[in-house]
Design a protein. Structure first.
Length: 143
């Protein structure tokens, strides 16, 4: 019998599925996942030593029929509704980690928004905040 994933595990599953959305899990994305888990309060109490095991669990689910849909159902069902905006913010962080959001990642973000029932303006605000966080001064050189 399969155990129900914890909210922490479900959030990690979401970040893994976002990283895999374009079929290229970059070092920047994987590094961002680790950084998020180590630093954000939503992961307080999670044992960092389990990251790889949880990511492997997610990969096993992704290899099944309708794997991404199964992962998103797990996220929706195991992350409290009050944290669905946080879950979306984590997905956006991973998508933005390599400073370019691929079309496949954009599509996956749309699917995540829909599955989590996020209001459009909430999602736009989260996306805008991520863009602001990832900018650097060279992005705005004076001419």
């Amino acid at each position: 019998m399969t155990m129900k994933p914890s909210p922490h595990e479900a959030l990690i599953y979401l970040m893994v599925v976002m990283s895999a959305a374009d079929r290229d899990m970059t070092d920047a994305e994987l590094g961002r996942i680790g950084s998020v888990i180590r630093t954000l309060p939503v992961f307080d109490g999670f044992d960092e030593n389990r990251i790889i095991d949880v990511a492997r669990q997610c990969q096993q689910i992704l290899q099944q029929d309708n794997g991404p849909d199964r992962v998103l159902d797990i996220v929706r069902d195991n992350v409290p509704a009050e944290l669905h905006d946080t879950a979306y913010a984590l997905a956006v962080e991973v998508a933005a980690a390599d400073l370019y959001v691929e079309p496949e990642e954009r599509h996956m973000l749309q699917v995540v928004r829909s599955r989590l029932g996020l209001e459009h303006l909430v999602a736009v605000a989260i996306e805008r905040a991520a863009r602001a966080r990832h900018r650097s001064l060279p992005d705005f050189k004076r001419t």
